[in-house]
Write a protein that binds this ligand. Structure first.
Ligand code: SF4
Length: 231
């Protein structure tokens, strides 16, 4: 099976446990104002690979993965190419490689269900705590990732909830209480990661000739992140 990949990072340390081979798949169904990978959003473009080719590339780095590392599929949105993602994970699991999905959790279909059967770990974005913010700044309903989380819990897949902190939108106690509530409600949630909003992607938008929707939002201070983590 073939699919489209925007880029590959052979040894990443930010997207899942341990050292990871990260494939950023092409295409995304959402439209986040804070998106830091705008080059991955188009449904066309990217480089064509077979699932086996990706797994073989990944396998070359297996000795660096140790006990916790492996492959992460990110994007874009890997659920857009769920069939391809599933085949990559199957090939990787046949090679004894741990599989992690980095997703917004906004698509649930048969391909996604079978993908989750070969997924060891999930990084799930919970971008905001209200339906209004999801509708305005993401392009789907908040119920989509919540439904996805329910499925992850039913399948007992270890999950990290991640939120990019954007001052004035979600740097508040309501958002932290919402995340904390999800952790308490779902046993699959291992931890919550708060990531500071950054604007280093501005050059990507400039190169693409499109405006960065969140260019006027501030980046949060390290102290603010610490304060929210306490909450
Ligand atoms: S889900 Fe990710 S890739 Fe898609 S628009 Fe949002 S931030 Fe960008």
């Amino acid at each position: 099976m073939k699919g489209y990949v925007s880029s590959i990072q052979s040894m990443g340390t930010l997207d899942g446990p341990g050292v990871r081979f990260v494939a950023f798949l092409q295409g995304c169904n959402l439209n986040c104002g804070c998106c830091h990978n705008p080059e991955t959003k188009a449904f066309s473009g990217g480089t064509e690979y077979s699932a086996k080719e990706i797994a073989e590339k990944c396998e070359k780095y297996k000795s660096y993965f140790g006990k916790t590392g492996g492959i992460t599929l990110s994007g874009g949105e890997p659920l857009v190419q769920a069939g391809f993602s599933k085949e990559i994970f199957k090939e990787c699991k046949n090679r004894g490689i741990h599989t992690c999905l980095d997703t917004s959790g906004s698509i649930l279909n048969n391909d996604v269900f079978t993908l989750l059967n070969v997924t060891d770990y999930v990084l799930l974005d919970i971008k905001y705590h209200t339906e209004e913010l999801y509708k305005q700044y993401v392009g789907c309903s908040l119920s989509a990732p919540l439904e996805f989380l329910k499925v992850l819990n039913e399948k007992s897949i270890p999950t990290v909830l991640r939120q990019v902190i954007i001052p004035t939108l979600n740097d508040n106690k309501e958002s932290m209480a919402f995340l904390k509530g999800l952790k308490e409600q779902y046993a699959c949630v291992q931890k919550i990661e708060l990531l500071p909003f950054k604007k280093i992607c501005q050059t990507k938008y400039d190169n693409l000739g499109i405006p960065f929707p969140f260019k006027d939002f501030e980046t949060p201070s390290p102290n603010k992140i610490k304060e929210l983590e306490q909450m």
